[in-house]
Design a protein around this ligand. Structure first.
Ligand code: URA
Length: 230
């Protein structure tokens, strides 16, 4: 790949700015300072500012989303993308979250520049399980377990019932819910439907990936291996 194409593809600078980056000696190939932005190189041989190219095979990251930020590129207020290195946002394929969490939900959120990965994990056909832990402002009725498992709960304003979901009641007003789909505000709406409004909601797992294993403080991220979802 050409050096100017590499620099813009991986978000370091625009193709036009690449000549300046090269002139300033920021790019080396096999340890030798590159002289021309049109020179070609293998990605593995290139260092930018002394560092290897970040995520040369695609960006796959788990973020511990804090409360109060929005999964959007353009809304007002704090955005999840503000928590990520700005360079990632300039990568050629763009960066997006895999699905969304509400502003007032925290926990495990995946971020990638791989559209096929987003599709594979959010496709209704895949049914990748997502686990949520929550507190409610009223006791959770015991019969919610059977109702959620039945595949017969139709949410307000919808026509098709929710897929069967596994509810574990862990305290009078707290529980854990595993969903196999992702409808708008689904956890909050399911609990509201049984008279137990959610007041705290955290996503703790997506498929085999557990937030607890990642040991991330709110706002921190870690690279993940996308193959675990295959
Ligand atoms: N369900 C919700 O209600 N909110 C989320 O953020 C995720 C699932």
């Amino acid at each position: 790949m050409r050096i100017d194409a590499i620099l813009s593809r991986f978000g370091y600078c625009s193709r036009r700015e690449a000549a300046q980056w090269v002139k300033r000696g920021r790019v080396t190939v096999k340890g030798v300072v590159v002289k021309s932005a049109s020179a070609k190189a293998e990605l593995a041989d290139v260092l930018v500012n002394g560092e290897p190219i970040e995520f040369p095979d695609g960006l796959y990251v788990a973020l511990n989303k804090p409360l109060g930020c929005t999964c959007s590129h353009k809304e007002e207020g704090e955005l999840v993308y503000d928590l990520l290195p700005p360079q990632w946002l300039n990568r050629g394929d763009g960066v997006s979250t895999v699905g969304r969490l509400d502003k007032e939900t925290d926990g495990l959120l995946l971020v990638t520049d791989d559209g096929a990965f987003v599709h594979a994990l959010t496709s209704p056909k895949r049914h990748v399980p997502k686990v949520y832990e929550f507190d409610c402002s009223a006791p959770i009725p015991g019969d919610a377990v059977a109702l959620f498992a039945s595949g017969e709960l139709v949410l307000h304003g919808e026509n098709t019932p929710c897929l069967p979901a596994e509810l574990v009641i862990t305290g009078e007003c707290s529980g854990r819910l595993t969903l196999h789909e992702g409808r708008y505000h689904q956890v909050r709406r399911m609990l509201a439907a049984v008279g137990a409004p959610v007041v705290r909601l955290t996503r703790t797992a997506i498929g085999p990936l557990q937030l607890a294993d990642l040991q991330l403080e709110p706002g921190e991220w870690a690279a993940i291996d996308p193959a675990i979802f295959a």
